[in-house]
Design a protein around this ligand. Structure first.
Ligand code: SF4
Ligand code: SF4
Length: 274
């Protein structure tokens, strides 16, 4: 099955995919798959920018969001005109010849990726560039991405095989829509901080940090770097973790944090023991 794989870790948010999508679809009629995209207001692929953490430990994630070409598509279930169909290759498309722009699919889509073309009275969204795929070409967004963050078809399947299917996941699986678009590197919560010698007011290099999952049985260990900093990435969302900071000659520091957000412990001051 040809489908997209999106790598959220390598996307830099450069927006070339967004521009390429507009260049491909604005003013271009690709019947039967879709009518021209209007010049403004539509983002058949758009970049969701997420700022995570707080200064100075701030990170930004970029997620290229498009139709997830769902197997169990709520948009198709709600359409009173059966205008939303799935091709053999898994691309979900809205037939402009049947759609009357009532907007029910827009309300039903949990990913918020359907737009109404007011001028033509039709609903529109990513077509997977079906017109290009039929000619053996890649969708324009995949073609334009300089970091191969959007892969399609055989390339996507090859990536999936190389990485092992376990590393690919759905975006918001809790929606139950069974998206055919798969993701790599979706942002996961992190815990970070800096460790300081409270008496000397200097960073501590080589302090041991242990992060223990209080529900599961996982435990991760890291050391502070030359700047006294530590990072634990890829943690489980909404979990409680015990964070233990220790260094020979200092009193141990213990904290409990919840990963409902990325967690910057800030400055952890260790006091010399004794
Ligand atoms: Fe339909 Fe939305 Fe799923 Fe696309 S992402 S198939 S528009 S429900
Ligand atoms: Fe991200 Fe690639 Fe789109 Fe640039 S072209 S925003 S790197 S997906």
């Amino acid at each position: 099955m040809s489908m997209f794989v999106i790598d959220a870790e390598t996307c830099t948010g450069c927006q070339l995919c967004v521009v390429a999508c507009k260049d491909e679809h604005v003013d271009s009629d690709y019947a039967p798959w879709t009518k021209p995209q209007p010049e403004g207001g539509h983002f058949w692929v758009g970049i969701d920018k997420r700022e995570r953490g707080t200064m100075p430990r701030l990170r930004v994630s970029f997620l290229p969001i498009m139709c997830q070409h769902c197997e169990n598509a709520p948009c198709a279930k709600v359409c009173p005109h059966d205008a939303i169909k799935t091709r053999d290759d898994g691309i979900v498309w809205i037939d402009p010849a049947l759609c009357n722009g009532c907007g029910l699919c827009q309300e039903a889509c949990p990913y918020d990726v359907i737009y109404i073309n007011e001028e033509l009275d039709i609903a529109q969204k990513c077509t997977g560039c079906a017109h290009r795929v039929d000619e053996g070409l890649q969708p324009r967004c995949a073609d334009a991405c300089p970091h191969s963050s959007i892969l399609f078809g055989e390339a996507a399947e090859a990536a999936a095989n190389v990485q092992g299917s376990g590393t690919l996941e759905q975006f918001h699986p809790e929606y139950g829509a069974e998206p055919r678009v798969k993701w790599k590197g979706l942002p996961r919560p992190w815990i970070a901080g800096i460790v300081i010698d409270d008496a000397a007011d200097e960073v501590i290099d080589g302090a041991e940090i242990v992060v223990a999952d209080l529900v599961g049985d996982g435990e991760k260990t890291a050391s502070t770097d030359a700047f006294g900093e530590f990072w634990f990435r890829g943690l489980t969302e909404n979990r409680k973790y015990r964070v233990t900071v220790r260094k020979a000659g200092y009193a141990e520091h213990v904290a409990v944090v919840t990963t409902d957000v990325d967690c910057d412990l800030g400055t952890v001051r260790l006091t010399p023991a004794g």
